[in-house]
Design a protein around this ligand. Structure first.
Ligand code: ADP
Length: 479
């Protein structure tokens, strides 16, 4: 971009062409004239004195040399002035061209700035607006002509203007770019703006002005607040669930134990005198109490799953799968299963205990829901996708009907009765909870009668720390 120094450039360019080393100017022309006149008077008077002429001839000669002087100096002055006028004309043309270019650049910049949905402006070091795009004009609720050349006192009430100008002075003094949030009063109400301000330099050390870019983030800020509120509500409901789980495990189990104990007592003491249906009812009651107890324990388990008790650390998934398989060794042997584990499982950021549990639940299900006519074949593979690892646990078991693909991840949802397959329906709900806590997704693909593949993803990078960025955030700053 052109700088103020460029204004001298046309003259400098002309001087540097090398075509003429002599540059006539008013001072030089006057000097040359004085020099010529003096030399002429001295030389011609001396010559006339030497000639020893009559007075009449001396007068004639003086007249002739006067005319000659006028002719010679007129010719020389004419040439010098012509050259001077040509130089001035050329300089004017050069300056006009430069100014045209500057104007074109300024128009281009204005067009680019006007195309932005952000408010863009530039001020000189005294705080006067030099440039203002369409959005800035719209937000100010004024005409561009009412803004350019004036400072913030023309836009805001005195107190607000003082705050804005103090901000600007800080930017000029620090000479650094800052970004902050501010609440700005506009004709359209209070808008939350994400503003970046920085100094403008023209080659010197001290800034000659500053630029500003303000993005209206009112809706985004409202959405973030709503999200924050919902997160708080979610945290509260999680805390409630944990509290409930605690109550369930400690308080509900106590009366349950009492029911079991008295049903047992009833059976022992009065069993011999009871008939078969009565004994069957007692057995139902005991079994119901035991089932309820297991569900209470499962619920407690679910509420604890995926809770970040400690910060995530690098976990070797290969080691996780080996541990899960070792924990299931008896079931694997009993089912005569073949396990095919990929050798290149990556390391991820997470909780080792939770990940062992996740894999163990999935492999455990693959063993449990195996087809009656063939031994289980279970595979664990991993592939890389954009920013995440995709882990798949596949089996050749009984499979799942597509309409249950979502339902099976809900708490206590089962597709089979307990007499066929034991369980409470908590396993996949725990898996989903663990995967979500690790920032991933989980889903199933299956063909009934052929087998199922449970997929889940884990992010490659640990979540970024919440504070961050290179800019200075100033949340809550209002004006
Ligand atoms: P549970 O095994 O205790 O029933 P889960 O939450 O682990 O609870 O599973 C929910 C349901 O999903 C199971 O009842 C079963 O019907 C189905 N399911 C889970 N894994 C498999 C699998 N590998 N093959 C077929 N069905 C499965």
């Amino acid at each position: 971009m052109a700088t103020p120094d460029d204004a001298t450039a046309p003259a400098a360019a002309l001087a540097n062409t090398g075509r003429r080393s002599f540059r006539p100017g008013p001072g030089r022309i006057a000097g040359i004239y004085a020099l010529l006149a003096s030399a002429w008077i001295l030389a011609s008077d001396r010559l006339v004195a030497r000639l020893d002429l009559s007075p009449i001839d001396t007068t004639r000669l003086a007249t002739a040399k006067g005319w000659l002087f006028v002719a010679v100096t007129t010719a020389i002055l004419y040439r010098l002035m012509k050259a001077m006028v040509r130089d001035i004309t050329r300089m004017h043309a050069e300056i006009a061209r430069e100014q045209g270019e500057k104007l074109r650049t300024a128009n281009l910049l204005q067009a680019i700035a006007d195309g932005s949905t952000d408010a863009i402006y530039a001020k000189d070091s005294a705080g006067r607006y030099l440039l203002c795009n369409r959005e800035a004009v719209r937000l100010a609720g004024k005409e561009a002509g009412e803004i350019i050349g004036r400072d913030d006192r023309a836009l805001f009430p005195a107190e607000t203007a003082a705050a804005v100008m103090a901000d600007d002075r800080a930017v000029l003094e620090r000479g650094a770019v800052v970004t902050f949030e501010e609440a700005v009063a506009t004709p359209y109400g209070i808008r939350i703006m994400l503003t970046t301000k920085g100094p403008i330099h023209d080659g010197g050390r001290r800034p000659v002005g500053l630029f500003g870019v303000s993005r209206d983030i009112t809706e985004r800020a409202a959405a973030t607040n709503a999200l924050r509120e919902r997160n708080a509500q979610l945290a509260q409901s999680n805390a409630d669930l944990e509290q409930f789980a605690y109550v369930a495990s400690h308080d509900l189990r106590e009366p349950l134990r009492m029911v079991s104990a008295y049903v047992g007592l009833l059976e022992r003491r009065y069993g011999p005198s009871l008939d078969a249906p009565a004994l069957e009812y007692i057995a139902f009651a005991r079994e119901g109490a035991q089932r309820l107890d297991r569900m209470v324990l499962d619920l407690l388990d679910f509420s604890r799953a995926g809770k970040r008790a400690e910060p995530f650390a690098p976990v070797d998934l290969g080691e996780v799968v080996r541990t899960a398989c070792a924990n299931l060794a008896a079931a694997v042997a009993e089912a005569g299963a073949t396990l095919d584990i990929a050798a290149d499982l990556p390391a991820v950021m997470g909780s080792r205990g939770d990940l062992v549990r996740l894999i163990q639940n999935l492999i455990g299900n693959a063993l449990k829901y195996h087809a009656p006519d063939r031994p289980p074949r279970i595979g664990v593979t991993c592939s890389s996708a954009a920013g995440e690892w995709r882990i798949a646990v596949s089996d050749n078991g009984i499979g799942i009907e597509p309409q249950y693909f979502t339902k099976i991840f809900a708490i206590f949802q089962r597709l089979h009765t307990r007499d066929r397959y034991d369980g409470t329906g908590i396993g996949l709900a725990i898996c989903r909870r663990i995967v979500h806590y690790h920032g991933g997704r989980i889903w199933v693909e299956s063909t009934p009668g052929t087998g199922s593949t449970f997929h889940f993803t884990l992010p490659k990078e640990a979540p970024a720390p919440e504070s961050g960025g290179t800019w200075a955030a100033r949340p809550g700053a209002t004006r």
